[in-house]
Design a protein around this ligand. Structure first.
Ligand code: FAD
Length: 499
């Protein structure tokens, strides 16, 4: 076995992806690598990406980040899930919460017992059995023993990048400011040899991480790996974001409000609210979309509208030669389930696990690409579900969604649930059974049957189980403090909105 020579790792781009990668690499690999990040102040970042999902809690813990400090520095609030308004039908809403609903049996999820309960006169909503969901609706939060409350964060993305930058630089990462003018390839191998900046500076490396956002300067601009366009499944192609002042204390969840050609988000932070509209430009004019956004936001506008166009899809290869795409450079799916930062996290941790000792191994590359693409396809299916399974037919957009062909993998999942009430999680899939059940039922898919094991319980046992679970959720929720008071006490930042 040959000895190890220090790898020179170059991160191109300093948005959320760039600094998440740099902070994790610097903390994990330390002196074993030489780490440089290149970013351009003149170009800036995409400036959105504020709602996250629970694995980010683990990511931060892995990096030894103190939660209260991190939340204070990023003006973060806790997030217990997403409220989907007007998705199944205009005027109706449902909640996709983190955590579990009820209690599963190894042979069958809780939904089977709940459905059996319905036939026995137990009319309580499925929602009544989920702690995170009920806490969200009551706007309450606390850390509970044994991590019984599953949560994520709503945060200011530019403050998060700045926080990670401080950390990465303290851990030895070198930052170079300047615009990348050219990506230089090695004539013999075809690998990337260096980034050449407008100033003429050359930044050489052994491994390059492309975090240049939608521009994808390295993976596409230089290496031309190609892009799979998924907009026939997810037709939205535009977004506009604005930030507003808070008019009320922050709630512990994100809102996703459907309209006739897409949806709007509202993300409450400590000091302000993030808002945006996502839409399909085929059905909604940019000026009308802007008007709709600004006429429905609450509070005073703090920023000029940020217009963003995108093509939903993924690079055919996330890792090619000595270049790994992380973040928007690797592909993009709309933020409906707040999955982009998570895909960054998965890519970064995966890369660290597969860090080459010497030359890049094609086996590592193949493994990385397969795993990362599996994640992306699973997220894609979950997002398509929200558009396909709807009773809305009130606009050309919704009629297109209702009529579209969907991937066979999703058809199997939907029809299996419809026929049997069952959901199976495959290949460490991000969204677990509870997520699929909540969204499928929320979107109007009702199972026609349930598992016979539920009938094994006597009427008394069933009553005991269901009433006991409901009672426990209600009692725990009642014992929790208000979310805003908890945030203020635990990690209150200056100029946050007080209760
Ligand atoms: P960017 O932020 O665009 O950063 C690119 C970096 O590359 C910048 O530092 C730039 O200066 C640098 N760069 C580019 N070209 C050059 C050059 N020539 N020379 C030098 N440097 C260069 N994700 C979530 O998880 N939750 C959300 O709620 C969410 N909401 C979103 C809403 C919208 C409308 C969009 C479009 C995305 C959203 N995302 C969300 C995704 C999230 O914003 C991104 O995944 C995240 O910000 C990472 O972006 P990035 O770092 O890849 O790219």
């Amino acid at each position: 076995m040959s000895g190890y020579t220090k790898r020179r790792i170059v991160v191109a781009g300093g948005g959320t992806a760039g600094w998440m990668a740099a902070a994790a690499l610097a903390r994990t690999m330390g002196d074993a690598i030489e780490l440089t990040l290149v970013e351009s102040d003149a170009i800036g970042t995409v400036g959105v990406g504020e709602s996250t999902i629970p694995p980010l809690v683990t990511y931060n813990r892995l990096l030894g980040i103190g939660e209260a400090d991190f939340m204070r520095e990023t003006q973060a609030t806790f997030k217990l899930g997403i409220e989907f308004e007007n998705w199944k039908r205009d005027g109706e809403s449902y909640f996709h919460s983190f955590g579990l609903t009820g209690r599963d049996h190894w042979s069958a999820g809780f939904q089977h017992f709940w459905m059996h309960g319905l036939t026995k006169g137990h009319s309580a909503s499925y929602d009544d059995y989920c702690l995170e969901l009920q806490a969200a609706h009551a706007s309450r939060f606390a850390h509970l023993p044994d991590n019984r409350m599953n949560y994520a964060y709503q945060l200011d993305s530019s403050l998060y990048a700045a926080f990670l930058r401080r950390m990465a630089e303290a851990d030895g990462a070198r930052r170079v400011e300047g615009k990348i003018a050219r990506v230089e390839l090695d004539g013999a191998s075809g690998d990337i040899a260096a980034l050449v900046l407008e100033s003429g500076t050359r930044v050489e490396g052994d491994l390059f991480i492309d975090c240049t956002g939608f521009r994808a300067l390295l993976i596409e601009g230089a290496l031309q790996v190609g892009y799979d366009d998924w907009s026939h499944y997810l037709p939205c192609d535009s977004a506009i974001a604005v930030q507003t002042s808070s008019v009320r204390p922050p709630i512990p969840y994100t809102r996703a409000i459907a309209h006739d050609a897409g949806w709007q988000w509202r993300i409450p932070l400590q000091h302000r609210q993030g808002n945006g509209i996502v839409y399909c430009s085929r059905y909604l004019d940019r000026e009308v979309a802007l008007d709709r956004l600004v006429s429905t936001v609450e509070g005073t506008r703090l920023t000029e509208p940020n217009f963003i166009r995108f093509v939903t899809g993924a690079r055919r290869k996330q890792w090619h030669r000595n270049c790994v795409a992380v973040g928007l450079s690797g592909g993009f799916m709309e933020p409906l389930e707040s999955t982009s930062i998570h895909l960054i996290q998965r890519a970064v941790l995966r890369l660290i696990r597969m860090m080459p000792m010497g030359a890049v191994s094609e086996r590592d590359v193949a493994e990385f690409n397969e795993q990362q693409m599996t994640d992306m396809l699973q997220v894609r299916d979950f997002l398509i579900l929200h558009y396909k399974a709807t009773e809305r037919r009130d606009s050309p957009f919704w009629r297109q969604c209702g009529d579209m062909e969907i991937p066979e993998s999703l058809t199997q999942k939907i029809e299996l649930f419809r026929e049997t009430g069952r959901v199976f999680r495959k290949n460490e899939e991000l969204f677990a059974e509870n997520s699929w059940v909540q969204v499928m039922m929320g979107q109007g898919i009702t199972p026609q049957a349930y598992h016979p094991v539920a009938t094994k319980l006597s009427d008394e046992e069933l009553h005991h189980l269901l009433a006991g679970l409901r009672d426990s959720v209600a009692k725990t929720v009642a014992s929790l403090p208000q979310h805003d008071a908890y945030v203020a006490h635990y990690c209150g930042a200056q100029n946050a909105v007080a209760a």
